[in-house]
Design a protein. Structure first.
Length: 156
C-alpha cells in the first residue's frame, strides 16, 4: 500500500466527490462526515466496506480503491490506478457489468447489485447488495462511477 494515500490532495478531493455524490443520489451518508476533508478521506480509505471507482475514459480506468478494495482485488495502489475497470469482471461477465453501469448512469444509482468479480490473480468472488452511483462534480456533471459493498463470498 502507498503510505497514507488519503493525504494526497487529489485523493482528498476525489473522496469528497465520492461522499457528496453518494449523499446526492441516496439521501444518506456513506460514512459519518466528521472532521475535515483529510479526516474524511482517511476514514473512507480505512472503512470496513469496499469502495472503488473509475473515471469516464473510453475504457475507464480505476481511479480509487480503499484498503478493503485493494486487498479484495489483490492490487497495490499503483496497480489499481492502471487497471481498466472492466477487468474487475471476467470476460463472460463484462456485458452484464456494462448493463448494470448503464442503468446506474441513467438512474443516478443502482442498489442491491449482485455479480461475480475477479481479482488480479484470478480468484473469483460474488458481490451482493452492492450500490453503484454516478460521481458528480459541484456543478452536477458526471465525472465517474463508484461502487460500495460489504458482502462478498469467495467462489471455488
Amino acid at each position: 500500500m502507498t503510505p497514507q494515500i488519503w493525504t494526497n490532495p487529489a485523493i482528498m478531493e476525489w473522496s469528497q466527490l465520492l461522499l457528496n455524490s453518494f449523499r446526492h443520489w441516496t439521501g444518506r451518508e456513506l460514512l459519518e462526515r466528521a472532521g475535515d476533508s483529510g479526516y474524511q478521506a482517511h476514514a473512507l480509505f480505512l472503512s470496513p466496506f469496499a469502495v472503488v471507482s473509475h473515471g469516464l475514459e473510453e475504457d475507464p480506468l480505476l481511479n480509487y480503491g480503499n484498503q478493503v478494495a485493494l486487498e479484495l482485488w489483490e492490487l497495490t495502489w499503483e496497480q489499481l490506478v492502471k487497471t481498466p475497470s472492466r477487468l474487475t469482471a471476467e470476460p463472460t461477465n463484462q456485458a452484464e457489468r456494462e448493463s448494470m453501469l448503464e442503468q446506474a448512469k441513467t438512474d443516478g444509482y443502482l442498489n442491491t447489485y449482485r455479480g461475480v468479480r475477479i481479482t488480479s490473480t484470478g480468484r473469483r468472488f460474488l458481490v451482493e447488495n452492492a450500490l453503484i452511483w454516478n460521481v458528480v462534480d459541484a456543478e452536477g456533471q458526471r465525472v465517474g462511477q463508484a461502487a460500495t459493498f460489504s458482502q462478498w463470498t469467495w467462489l471455488a
